[in-house]
Design a binder for this molecule. Structure first.
Ligand SMILES: Nc1ncnc2c1ncn2[C@@H]1O[C@H](COP(=O)(O)OP(=O)(O)OP(=O)(O)O)[C@@H](O)[C@H]1O
Length: 302
C-alpha cells in the first residue's frame, strides 16, 4: 500500500435523481495534509465528504481511504468526523456523552485525555442542551478524536461560532495537525481556509475549479498598482501607449493618482519608476476572496 496517500478519489460522480451533486472529482490527499474544501452552498462538499466517510457510495468512480473501502476505514476508527448536525443527546452531560461513545469502541484514547485535547474539560459536567453552539462543536470534535484517527473530517466545524471561539477551535486543530494527522475541512469562511490549510480545493457545481496553495491560486491573478503620477506627460496617453484598457487604468484627483489593474504590475511599475513618472508606489495582491469570487462566478461547463 502507498503509505503517503490518505485518500484517493478517482472520477467520482454522485447523482440524486436529476441532481448531480458531485460531477467527476479526482483528488489525492497526502498523509499529514490539512486540506480545506471551499465552495458556495450546494457545491457538493458535504456529498463528497459523506462518500469519504462511507455514508453514501459514488454513483460511479472510486474512493479509497488508506487503501481501503471508506466504510472499512471508518469502522476501524481510522477516520473521525465532526459533522454539521451530528446527533447529540440533550440530557447527557459532556463527560457522559464522551464516556458513552467511548464504550461503543473496542479501542479508544483515555476519556480524560480526549477531553483535555478537545478543550471540553472546563464544561465537562454541563448538559449538552446548556452548551453553546461552539461548545457542542468542541464536544463533537472530542468524539471524533476518541479512536485516535489518522484522518479527521470536519464539515463546517466552526459554523455558529463567534470569531474568538473559531480562533480557539483552530488552535486546537492546529495542534492535532502537528501530530501528523490528515485533516480535511469544509468551510464557507475563506479566511479559515487561507489561515489554516496547506492546500485549498475550490469546488463548484460538483467539480474542482481550483486546487493548490493560496499563493499558487493568487499567482496569475490581477494585481492592483496605485501610485502618484509625477510625470510631465498625460497619464492617459501613457496608458493608451502601454495598451491598457479603460477598465484597467483609472486616474483620479486632478491626474495625480493612478490605478492600474493587471497581472503584470511588476513590469509596469519598473517602467514607470525608471522613467520617473510615479512615486509612492503600492502594489496590492489579490486575496483568496478575489480568487474565490472570480472562480465561483464563472460558468461551469456542462
Ligand atoms: N440526499 C439528497 N437528495 C437530493 N439532493 C441532494 C441530496 N444531498 C445533496 N443533494 C443536492 O446536491 C447538491 C450538493 O449538496 P451538498 O450538500 O453536497 O453541497 P455543499 O457544498 O455541502 O453545500 P453547503 O455549503 O450548503 O452545505 C445540492 O444541490 C443538494 O441539494
Amino acid at each position: 500500500m502507498d503509505t503517503t496517500t490518505a485518500i484517493s478519489i478517482q472520477d467520482v460522480h454522485r447523482r440524486f435523481g436529476s441532481v448531480t451533486a458531485v460531477n467527476g472529482i479526482t483528488l489525492t490527499v497526502t498523509t499529514g495534509e490539512v486540506l480545506a474544501l471551499l465552495g458556495p452552498n450546494g457545491a457538493g462538499k458535504t456529498t463528497l465528504l459523506d462518500m469519504v466517510l462511507g455514508f453514501t457510495t459514488p454513483s460511479s468512480g472510486t474512493i479509497s481511504v488508506y487503501g481501503r473501502a471508506p466504510e472499512a476505514a471508518a469502522r476501524d476508527g481510522q477516520v473521525g468526523a465532526v459533522l454539521q448536525n451530528g446527533g447529540l443527546l440533550d440530557d447527557l452531560t459532556v463527560a457522559e456523552t464522551i464516556r458513552m461513545v467511548a464504550a461503543c469502541h473496542v479501542r479508544h484514547l483515555p476519556v480524560a485525555e480526549v477531553m483535555q485535547r478537545a478543550g471540553v474539560a472546563s464544561f465537562a459536567t454541563r448538559k449538552v442542551k446548556k452548551c453553546s453552539g461552539g461548545q457542542q462543536q468542541r464536544l463533537r470534535f472530542a468524539l471524533a478524536l476518541l479512536t485516535d484517527p489518522q484522518l479527521l473530517i470536519l464539515d463546517e466545524p466552526t459554523a455558529g461560532m463567534d470569531a474568538g471561539a473559531r480562533r480557539e477551535f483552530w488552535q486546537t486543530m492546529h495542534a492535532e495537525a502537528e501530530r501528523g494527522r490528515t485533516i480535511i475541512f469544509a468551510t464557507h469562511y475563506l479566511r479559515e481556509a487561507d489561515d489554516y490549510a496547506d492546500r485549498v480545493v475550490l469546488v463548484q457545481g460538483g467539480r474542482v475549479v481550483a486546487d493548490g496553495t493560496v499563493s499558487e491560486m493568487t499567482t496569475g491573478f490581477h494585481r492592483i498598482l496605485s501610485a502618484e503620477w509625477i510625470g510631465d506627460d498625460d497619464p492617459r496617453v501613457w496608458a493608451a501607449q502601454a495598451g491598457l484598457s479603460e477598465e484597467q487604468f483609472t486616474v483620479e484627483a486632478e491626474r495625480s493618482r493612478i490605478q492600474i489593474t493587471s497581472p503584470d504590475t511588476d513590469a509596469l511599475a519598473a517602467e514607470l519608476l525608471a522613467s520617473a513618472r510615479i512615486r509612492h508606489l503600492q502594489i496590492v495582491h489579490p486575496g483568496i476572496e478575489d480568487v474565490f469570487f472570480e472562480l465561483t462566478t464563472q460558468e461551469v461547463p456542462a
